[in-house]
Design a protein around this ligand. Structure first.
Ligand code: UDP
Ligand code: MG
Length: 347
């Protein structure tokens, strides 16, 4: 039987200091897996020596390769780009900071050989994260799973193996605001968890600011649920019914007890409450509208500025989603084109 080929996909941003250790530990593990392997880094616009360090790795071993973005596009996009470029029968996505221990890969492969299409790493404890992060994550999973039909498994992230079928499925998803955690469960397939303990970051610190996490969280909800849009109709209905009941009560009491001057504070409070509610509903609509706007602009997901060692590895052209606008490489960008290539003719 010919050996199966597994690609390791590593989104990477400013991890120069982690690369030597990764370049040492990863191949050690990979050699023991009994599969052919490749490593594809997706350099997400690093500003330190990350790309040079990858070039060095590639010079030592041509199985290390990379595509490099023209700027930082975010980890979700980096993973999407990687999935479009990886070759082989399966792909394992992992972080560059060694928080995902390479030693777990053996169990991933084992499960995959048993026939699972998706094998995801599930954190046993989140001690590596701060208490605030842990709290927010917990609340978020609750809210998300309440709002969204498909359950995303707890404490599972990008650290996972996808079979070729699952990669192909991921590659058919065309949306721009990408929430990978949700997409992984959306595609379905036979999945299984492999528990693992998150290691400490080898060097450096996390790239996720609270602001980024928040916007990521909103992305997740808006791309998988329209309930936040719908609650407002229910709330509106409830408020209208309440107003009708109140006016009936008010009319009756005026008829029976005569008119009295209504309370001014009640008026102010209700005006403030309802204008607040209206602004919130508008804001939520805005969240969705902004995302619709992003989608219709249909910009490419990412721009590739550079690549390392891609030509050297056996590149089977994978055109999995022909309808998807292809990402442009900087060479293809029509920078010097002042004239449209096909001038419009008037007849
Ligand atoms: N990363 C990336 N682009 C980004 C942020 C992070 O490619 O905009 C990479 C990063 O280099 C690392 C992985 O994604 O390999 C996870 O990032 P990080 O360790 O900062 O996240 P955490 O482990 O704290 O969730
Ligand atoms: Mg990390």
């Amino acid at each position: 039987m010919t050996e199966r080929l597994v690609s390791i996909l590593i989104p990477i941003l400013n991890e120069e200091s982690n690369l030597p250790e990764l370049g040492r530990r990863l191949p050690e593990v990979l050699e023991r897996l009994g599969v052919e392997w490749r490593v594809l880094f997706v350099d997400d616009g690093s500003e330190d020596g990350t790309l040079d360090a990858i070039r060095k790795l590639n010079a030592q071993d041509h199985r290390f390769s990379a595509i490099s973005f023209s700027r930082n596009f975010g980890k979700e996009i980096a993973v999407a780009a990687g999935l479009r470029h990886v070759t082989g029968d399966a792909c394992i996505i992992m972080d560059a900071d060694l928080q995902h221990p390479p030693e777990v890969l053996a169990s991933f492969i084992e499960r995959w050989r048993e026939g699972y299409d998706v094998v995801y790493g599930q954190r046993i404890d989140r001690q590596a994260d701060g208490p605030l992060y842990r709290f927010l994550a917990k609340v978020y999973y609750r809210v998300f799973n309440f709002l969204v039909d498909s359950n995303i498994p707890k404490n599972a992230g990008d650290f996972r193996l996808l079979s070729r079928r699952a990669i192909n499925a991921m590659n058919t998803l065309q949306e721009r605001s990408r929430f990978n955690k949700g997409l992984y469960s959306w595609i379905g397939f036979k999945s299984i968890a492999v528990p693992f303990t998150v290691a400490d970051r080898h060097h450096g610190r996390t790239k996720w600011s609270l602001r980024r996490l928040l916007s990521y969280g909103i992305d997740g909800v808006t791309s998988f649920s329209t309930i936040p849009l719908r609650v407002w109709s229910l709330l509106g209905l409830a408020i209208s019914v309440m107003a009708m009941v109140y006016s009936a009560f008010f009319l009756a009491s005026t008829l029976i007890f005569g008119a009295e001057i209504p309370g001014f504070p009640t008026l102010i409070i209700s005006v403030m409450f309802f204008s607040g509610a209206q602004l919130i509903s508008l804001g939520i609509m805005g969240e969705y509208l902004g995302r619709v706007y992003d989608e219709v602009k249909a910009r490419p997901l990412y721009i590739i500025a550079d690549e390392v060692g891609l030509a050297a590895i056996d590149k089977t052209p994978i055109d999995l989603a022909p309808t998807m606008p292809k990402a442009m490489t900087s060479k293809e960008l029509p920078l010097n084109e002042t004239q449209p290539s096909e001038p419009a003719t008037t007849e």
